[in-house]
Design a protein around this ligand. Structure first.
Ligand code: CMP
Length: 133
């Protein structure tokens, strides 16, 4: 099934100038970048975006981080794009991510893990609307 999902290249990766490498990686792996823009969001916007995590102990840190510098937000499209993107990203914690995944290659820590991807098709729609509506 052809799906769309939201991908974010986080501040640690934008700062290290590897956003383009990450984009090429998605395209090589059959995820088409339909839309892409570089933005900087406020702490309030980050808090809204990550509200599903509001009860987690790292919520504040997470929102501070996502709003700490420019990010690149993209709509990815392809066969089973949601799970495909998650596969390409690898485990949340880069030290546990499989070889060849984005977080293994580029992630610095569980917070600075270079990329975000929607965790379901439903959340994908919500997250795409958040940045592109
Ligand atoms: P992401 O896919 O963007 O979704 C939620 C984020 O929370 C996750 O990636 C991690 O970067 C972050 N996260 C998860 N666990 C922790 C933690 N223990 N400490 C800090 N950040 C975390």
């Amino acid at each position: 099934m052809i799906e769309q999902t939201l991908s974010i290249i986080k501040p640690d990766a934008v700062e290290r100038n590897i956003a383009n490498k990450i984009k090429v990686f998605f395209e090589k792996n059959n995820l088409k970048i339909l839309k892409s823009k570089k933005v900087k969001i406020s702490k309030e916007e980050a808090s809204e975006f990550y509200k599903a995590h509001q009860t987690k102990p790292f919520y504040k840190e997470l929102c501070n981080y996502l709003s700490s510098g420019p990010i690149v937000v993209m709509i990815l499209e392809g066969e089973n794009a949601v799970s495909k993107n998650r596969q390409l990203m690898g485990a949340t914690d880069p030290s546990k991510a499989e070889e060849g995944t984005l977080r293994k290659m580029y992630g610095l820590s569980i917070g600075k893990n270079s990329v975000h991807g929607s965790d379901s098709a439903e959340n994908g729609k919500t997250e795409i609307d958040f940045f592109f509506k």
